[in-house]
Every structure is written in structure tokens, then in C-alpha cells.
Design a protein around this ligand. Sequence first.
Ligand code: UDP
Length: 368
Amino acid sequence: MQRLTVHLVIGARPNLPKVAALRRACLASPGIVPILVHTGQHASPALNEDLARDLGLPRPDLEVHAVAEGGTRRLSEMMRGYDALLEQAPPDAVVVVGDVDSTLACALTAARRRIPLAHVEAGLRCADRGMPEEQNRRLVDRIADRLYTHCAEATAALLSEGVPRDAIVQAGNVMIDTLMAQRGAARRPESLPPGLVDRPFGVVTLHRPELVDRPELLNPMMEALHAAARRLPLVFPVHPRTAMRLRQGPRGLSGPLHEVAPLPYNEFLWLTSHARVVITDSGGVQEETSFLGRPCLTVRPDTERPVTVRLGTNRVIGRDAAALMPALLDELARPELPVAPAIPGWDGRAAQRIIADLARWRGLSAAA
Ligand code: UDP
């Protein structure tokens, strides 16, 4: 029987839900053998194993133990480690997802070895070219052989940059595939104070270096969040990067802002599904809230996911802490949406479409 071995690369938290959907689709496709590769970019169990368990992802088949703290040293460690794996046993194709450093490191390594490279979630663009994720996605889209987009805006961005039409497949959103698959398993977090989520509450996530590594932005934002939490109780699963920055910041802020450790996927999904408002700088959370029809306030200057603003429930309010309370009050004054708006291709079958296309593209016969 004809076989196609496919590396699915995981490095950081947002990769797990996307790869979980792709792996499921591979396993359902005769002849496709998925191989999970973990680069070690996010090593903390709260960002890895806790999600993997909920998502039914097994231990990675292959691991690169990148240990440097970040930046170009970690990129080069990941490249060197992944190159050694590719040298030992090159797969028939490498699939990278999203825009984290592992995405770039493994994409470039595979491209140098001329292994067919597919990028899932291609074509997302924002104006901030200094953002590492923006650099990663632009670079990976230049070298990928097959580009899977999740909305018309992303397809249009690639075409405007000169990517050949026949290399692009507008396949839909794999992160939403996983959200739909996990919805029935969403569970109320046990670690929260009694009664907190029995009344209207909000959820906060912040982790982008452009905000959390800048005390002049983070400190006022924390004050604004404490003030906001007096109006609407807020649950804040704190990313390890943000926790480290908060430990270095001023003390003495207290209020009904409930800081907790990062949550396993199914608990976070329960929270976002029930939240009155979500305040975030996450990319994936903007998509998930749009799909769920929950209002989202994005504390960034812009978004690479304009479809969530156009068809979803997302409002981009910038990083200025002064904007938070007015935006929250405005949101609370609006009636809740009766149903979430439908976004084309965010339908639970994106990974299936991607893997079917990948098989055709790599010449795996339908009969295999
Ligand atoms: N997430 C989670 N637990 C949390 C916070 C987020 O499982 O405490 C999930 C969330 O549902 C989404 C993903 O993590 O699927 C988003 O990852 P993150 O915000 O770290 O990255 P980004 O999407 O900004 O690249």
C-alpha cells in the first residue's frame, strides 16, 4: 500500500489544537502516517501536556530539545535539532501551523532539505512587522510549497504578494475543527472560587511580548483590569511569560481579578463559551470567541484576523489601558447576540479538506 509520512510540527500552545485536528484527519485517511514532532519551544506542562491530554494528543514521536530562552538562539537550536531528525528519516511532507518560532525554524529546515512544505493558517497579516509572529508568517509563506488559508482575507493577502494561485487552498479553520470536536467535553474549571462563574463574568488572556514585556503598558493595563473586574468579575489564566513579568512589577494591586494558572483546553473552552466578555491579545482566542459568538475586546493595535471583526464579535481596542473600561461598559450595554455569526469554512471539516488536498498534491492515489 502506498504511504505518505507527514511531520506535524508542534512547538507552542496554539499549535496543539490545530495539530490535533490535522492528526485526526490523517488517521482517518488511509495511507497517511502522521508523525508528531515537538520542538520544545513551550516546555511548561500547563502549555503542553494539560492541553494534549484534553485534546487526545499522544506523546510526540520525535522531539527536539531546544532549551534556549527565546530569540535567535532558540531558533537556531530548533533548526539544528530538527535538521538532525530530517537527516535520519526524511518524511514525505512537513506541515507547519501558525506563526510561532517553531513554525519558522522547522519550515526553513525542511525547505533547505527540499522536503515538500505545507503551511496551515497561511496568509494572516497585520501591520506590525516588528512582531515576531508577523515576521514568522511572512517568511514561512515565502518558502512554503502549499498554503492553506482559513478565510478570504488571507487568500487575498497571499495573491497580492504574488503567491501563485494554484499553491493556495482556502481550506477553513482547523482551530475551529478542534473547538467543535471538544465542545461536548468542555468542563467547568474546579479551581475557581465558589459562585464566581454562576453570575456574569469575563475572561482575560495576555501574553504578547509587545504588551507584557513593557511595564509602561502592562502596569496600567493591570490597574485597568482590576478596575474593570469591579464592574464584571474577571478570570485571568496567566501565561507563564506574563506571570514572570507580573512578579517583577509593582505589588499591592488587589481586587476581584481572579488570577489562575493557564487552564487545560476543555476548561478554558468552558470559560470562553460562558463568558460575557473576553479580553485578550491572543490570536486564537479572537477566532474562538468569534465562532462562539462571545464578545471579544482585543488589546492590540490591530489584528491579523480581520474576519473576526467583519463577521465575528471582535473589537480591536489597542493597548492603551484607558480604552479598556469604556469599551467594556459599551459592550455590557449591548444586548447579547442570539446566535454566533457563521464564518465560511469554519465548519469542523477544514483538516479533512487539508489532508485530502495534501494526499492529492503528494500523489497519494485515492485508492491507497
Ligand atoms: N488556551 C487554553 N488555556 C488557557 C488559555 C488559552 O487552552 O488558559 C488555548 C485557547 O483556547 C487557544 C490557544 O490556547 O486554543 C491560544 O493560544 P495562545 O493564546 O497562547 O496563542 P495565540 O493564539 O495568540 O498564538
